[in-house]
Design a protein around this ligand. Structure first.
Ligand code: MN
Length: 261
């Protein structure tokens, strides 16, 4: 066995076992490392603490009209999820317009406006009626998508990760704690490009509620504090080009704006 490989595994397992980690190989306290790779945090409104992001989950086709525009089966099928890497997060402060780089490889770069649930607790096999107990707070975000690549890969029955899980593909606002904003079961969600309304719907049109999403996800993976869930986008997704300004809104949260550069 390669010596370095052996030491790496030994160090991880030992650290995990000593710290009583839920997952093997995950250190609870920061070990000595040859270089830093960085962690991902989102500011919490009204707090000097930051929200540490563990995983980014996203649900697909969660509004009926969007499901129809994306594929052949708009009926209520079981929810499906994908992930983005945590360093895909691009934090955007309220009241600012952040520069968002047009990504490589695509000629059809799409916005998707979404409510984001941020978990403060975890668990497995959470019943729907207990699922909202896991929520720490909410924010809003864009599930930016290289649509041409997503479609091309889907057509070939290959993973569409390259269309969804790339650098800075997850612009997001600050986290609002539950006590400040409550749960989001209804309310207007809209997105404008250069002041023109593109998406305009109501959160109550979600096919799977946030509670149902948490419950379903917890059957596939143990959930942990720090996991966030992009809860799907309404219909009328569409392209942007360099120079466009995207503004998105959810009732009860400050708007999020980015400029494509
Ligand atoms: Mn999405």
């Amino acid at each position: 066995m390669d010596r370095r490989h052996f030491f790496r595994n030994t160090a991880l397992v030992t650290t995990g076992a000593l710290a009583g980690c839920a997952l093997p190989g995950v250190a609870q306290s920061k070990p000595k490392t040859p270089f830093d790779v960085g962690d991902t945090y989102i500011p919490i409104v009204g707090s000097d603490e930051m929200f540490p992001v563990r995983r980014i989950y996203c649900i697909g086709r969660n509004y009926r009209a969007h499901a129809i525009e994306m594929g052949p089966n708009p009926d209520r099928e079981p929810p499906f999820f994908f992930q983005k890497p945590t360093d895909a997060i691009q934090y955007v402060a309220a009241g600012t317009v952040a520069d968002h780089p047009y990504p490589s490889l695509t000629k059809n770069y799409h916005y998707e406006a979404e409510l984001v649930a941020c978990l403060g607790k975890g668990g497995r096999n959470i019943p729907v009626e207990k699922a909202l107990d896991l929520v720490y707070g909410y924010t809003l975000g864009l599930d930016m998508t290289r649509r041409d690549l997503q479609r091309a890969m889907g057509d070939q029955k290959k993973p569409w990760e390259i269309g969804k899980s790339f650098d800075r593909s997850a612009p997001i606002g600050a986290v609002h704690r539950l006590a400040q904003v409550g749960h989001f079961t209804q309310g207007n969600i809209w997105l404008k490009v250069n002041g023109q309304t593109k998406q305009n719907a109501d959160l109550k049109q979600m096919i799977w509620s946030v509670a149902e999403q948490i419950s379903k996800l917890s059957e596939a993976n143990e959930l942990f504090a720090g996991d966030i869930i992009y809860s799907g986008t309404p219909e009328n997704v569409g392209p942007v080009v360099k120079g466009d300004v995207i503004e998105m809104h959810i009732d009860g949260l400050p708007n999020l704006s980015v400029k494509i550069v």
